[in-house]
Design a protein around this ligand. Structure first.
Ligand SMILES: C[S@@+](CC[C@H](N)C(=O)[O-])C[C@H]1O[C@@H](n2cnc3c(N)ncnc32)[C@H](O)[C@@H]1O
Length: 289
C-alpha cells in the first residue's frame, strides 16, 4: 500500500487532503499514521499489504475496544491495537448485580467517556463504568419503530437511554427511570445531546417508586423484569403493551400475573441473544385487554 507518513494528531486533516485515498483505511502505529495515497500522487513509503484481521472478536464503543469472554492474551491485544488503533482496550469479565455494573480490567490506555453512534443517535458513556449491550441492537431499533407519536411510555430500566432515545425521537413521551446515578448522568446527557428534553422525563430512583399514572407502553429491559411485572401492571390499562425482557420463558408467569391484576394477556415472544448454554435472553410482548 502506497502511503504518506503523518503524525497521529495530523491524521484527520491528512485524510481531507486531495492526495489521500478515502477508500482505504489508514494505519496507525506509535504516534505515526500511514495515510493511503491515490494513484498519481507521490508517496513516502510502499508498505506491504495488511492481511485481514483474523484475531478474536471485540466491540468498538466509541474509540474504545471492549472484549468479553476469556481473558485476552497480550498477543490478542497487540493484534487489536495494530488493526483498529483504539484509544483504550477494556476487558469486561462480567456484568455484576442488579445495576448491571461491568467488572472491568484496563488492558491499554485510560478509560474515558466516549460518544457511541448508533442508528443516527449519539450515546455518551464510559464503557468501564456502565454496560453497553451490543446484542440488543435490533431490539433498540425495533422500539423506535413500534412506538406511535404521543404515546405515554415508561422505560423502567433506562440505563443510558438506549430505548428512551429512539422512542422519544419517534415522538413518544417517555418517563425514563434509572436507579444508578452514574448511568442516570449519561441518560440525562444523552437526552440533551439528542435534543429530546421536551419528550423525556428522566428520574433517578427505583422504578417501583417512580411509576406514575397510566402508560400506553412499558419497556422492562432488565433480566429481573418478571419480578417487577406486577408493579408495571398497576400502571397499565386495556391496550397497554409491555415489553418484558427475561432470561428464559416467562410467559406463564406473565399471564398469571396479568390475570391476577384483572387483565387478559396476549403474549408473543422473540429471542434477543443466547445468554448461556440453553438460556436465551427473550422479550415477551404482552398486550393487555
Ligand atoms: C440492562 S441495564 C440497561 C438496559 C438498557 N435498556 C439496555 O438496553 O441496555 C438495566 C438498567 O436498569 C437499572 N436498574 C436496575 N434496577 C432498577 C430499578 N429498580 N429501578 C430503576 N432502574 C433499575 C440498572 O442500573 C441498569 O442501568
Amino acid at each position: 500500500m502506497r502511503v504518506r507518513t503523518v503524525s497521529r494528531a495530523g491524521l484527520a486533516a491528512a485524510m481531507r487532503e486531495v492526495w489521500a485515498d478515502p477508500s482505504r483505511r489508514p494505519y496507525v502505529e506509535e504516534g505515526l499514521a500511514y495515510v493511503p495515497v491515490r494513484d498519481g500522487y507521490e508517496a513516502d513509503l510502499d508498505l506491504p499489504e495488511r492481511r485481514p484481521y483474523e484475531g478474536r472478536s471485540f466491540q468498538m464503543v466509541g474509540d474504545t475496544a471492549v472484549l468479553h469472554g476469556p481473558r485476552p492474551t497480550d498477543e490478542e491485544v497487540a493484534a487489536i491495537l495494530a488493526w483498529r488503533s483504539p484509544a483504550c482496550v477494556l476487558y469486561l469479565g462480567g456484568i455484576d448485580g442488579v445495576r448491571r455494573l461491568p467488572s472491568t480490567e484496563v488492558l491499554y490506555g485510560e478509560p474515558h467517556p466516549v460518544c457511541h453512534h448508533e442508528n443516527g443517535f449519539r450515546y455518551w458513556l464510559n464503557p468501564a463504568e456502565v454496560m453497553f449491550a451490543q446484542g440488543n441492537l435490533e431490539e433498540r431499533r425495533l422500539m423506535g419503530r413500534v412506538v406511535a407519536p404521543g404515546e405515554r411510555v415508561a422505560d423502567m430500566f433506562a440505563g443510558i437511554g438506549y430505548f428512551t432515545v429512539p422512542m422519544a425521537s419517534a415522538g413518544a413521551k417517555v418517563h425514563a427511570m434509572e436507579i444508578n446515578p452514574v448511568s442516570f448522568g449519561y441518560l440525562q446527557r444523552n437526552v440533551h445531546e439528542n435534543r429530546l428534553e421536551e419528550r423525556v422525563r428522566p428520574e433517578n430512583d427505583d422504578c417501583r417508586d417512580l411509576l406514575d399514572g397510566v402508560y400506553d407502553r412499558v419497556v422492562m429491559g432488565h433480566f429481573d423484569a418478571p419480578d417487577f411485572f406486577p408493579a408495571a401492571l398497576a400502571h397499565a390499562e386495556a391496550g397497554t403493551v409491555i415489553h418484558l425482557h427475561a432470561l428464559g420463558d416467562a410467559t406463564a408467569a406473565a399471564r398469571a400475573a396479568a390475570e391476577g391484576a384483572g387483565f387478559a394477556a396476549e403474549v408473543t415472544t422473540r429471542k434477543v441473544k443466547k445468554y448461556g448454554p440453553h438460556i436465551w435472553h427473550v422479550v415477551h410482548d404482552v398486550v393487555l385487554s
